[in-house]
Design a protein around this ligand. Structure first.
Ligand SMILES: *Cc1c(COP(=O)(O)O)cnc(C)c1O
Length: 359
């Protein structure tokens, strides 16, 4: 007897990036930070005691919401704190999309979207990005025609690292009949010269929800803390009705407050990632492995000889103690996604890749 709902029985779950047992492994496969979080996080950890866990934590993480709101020039009512960005995605879908209603997304995109849609028993409409990983020009119309209740966009895009402009997103939000979730998991790594500020979209667009996470830009993937930003009418039902009553534990809240307060530390991390991203991009291109400019903490490398060679480079690197990400999907099969590491890690990567290419 199988007691699963039909849609769950048909579902293939999300496959996480590999977490190796060997601590010597150079881990460039899951877009974690190569540098540690703020020292203020250490100090929180040193100062929590068991007695702090006797009571329930603040239910809606208001201290964190106030700091985040101040940081973005918004108010507390615009912010919801969640257990990673992933919890926000689940809340958005279960709060705003009925089973059977269509969820639109690009192809390729973050593979968790498909899984969450299927859990809610929602059909997915996929729209292919163009050659430069940009949205097709008629994307809004196509999503409307598909009757999409919710559209999911990653910006900067994963796994390409390419960026959609704020104007393109504003235009999309204005045209869509449904909600638009903009997943900004990698937003912190955008070049500051591009002056991308999504808080404007929150103020201007009543149908936009922005996803943020501390996993990437604040070096806290192990913490599981993210947040959403949207107009209060969208935040309120998630905050007051569909959220788990105590979704964020006391220690996580204290750590997240410290991390987002220490903007100087975070900014320094982002600058270092951008410098390394530039160096790695130049070096890979010079080795004959084309990389388009990325606005994220990873690069997507094309292997000119195609899929088999990409797989053999992936395996060769792994045998040499370096993990990168390989996606066996249509447009990604001849590519490797490589997280930006420390200067030493990146140098090892480039040296081993050069050796493998010479074979
Ligand atoms: C990492 C990531 C998230 C959120 O991850 P959490 O660790 O759950 O905060 C969301 N979207 C994309 C595209 C990501 O890469």
């Amino acid at each position: 007897m199988n007691y699963e709902r039909d849609n769950i029985r048909r579902l293939t779950g999300y496959v996480s990036g590999e977490q190796p047992d060997n601590p010597q492994t150079i881990k460039l496969n899951t877009n974690e930070s190569p540098w540690p979080p703020s020292p203020m996080v250490d100090s929180v950890l040193r100062n929590v005691g068991a007695a702090d866990l006797r009571r329930y934590p603040p239910p809606t993480a208001d201290a964190f919401r106030d700091i985040a709101a101040g940081h973005h020039g918004l108010s507390r009512d615009h912010i919801i704190a969640t257990r990673g960005g992933d919890e926000l995605l689940r809340l958005v879908i279960t709060t705003f999309v009925d089973p059977g209603q269509v969820i639109a997304m690009t192809d390729p995109t973050y593979s968790l979207y498909r899984v969450l849609a299927q859990i809610q028993n929602c059909p997915v409409a996929h729209f292919a990005l163009d050659e430069d990983w940009q949205m097709p020009p008629d994307f809004a119309n196509a999503a409307n025609q598909a009757n999409a209740r919710l559209t999911l966009i990653v910006n900067p895009h994963a796994p390409s690292g390419r960026m959609h402009s704020k104007d393109a997103l504003k235009d999309l939000a204005d045209k869509l009949h449904g909600l638009l979730l903009i997943d900004e998991a990698y937003v912190d790594f955008i070049d500051p010269e591009l002056a991308y500020d999504s808080a404007d979209l929150v103020r201007q667009c009543p149908n936009v929800i922005i996803l943020r996470t501390l996993s990437k830009g604040y070096a806290l993937a192990g913490l599981r803390f993210g947040y959403g930003m949207a107009q209060p009418e969208l935040v309120a039902p998630m905050l007051g009705k569909t959220r788990d009553s105590y979704n964020l534990d006391y220690i996580s809240q204290k750590i997240a407050e410290a991390a987002i307060t220490d903007q100087a530390w975070a900014n320094n991390l982002w600058t270092k990632v951008r410098e390394q991203r530039h160096a790695v991009t130049v070096a890979l291109n010079a080795m004959g492995l084309p990389v388009q400019p990325s606005q994220s903490n990873f690069v997507l490398v094309t292997v000119p000889k195609g899929k088999d060679h990409a797989v053999s480079l992936y395996r060769g690197l792994k045998a040499r103690g370096i993990l990168v990400r390989y996606f066996d999907e249509d447009r990604l099969a001849d590519k490797l996604r490589i997280t930006i590491g420390t200067p030493d890690e990146n140098q090892r990567l480039l040296t081993e890749l050069a050796a493998l290419l010479d074979q």
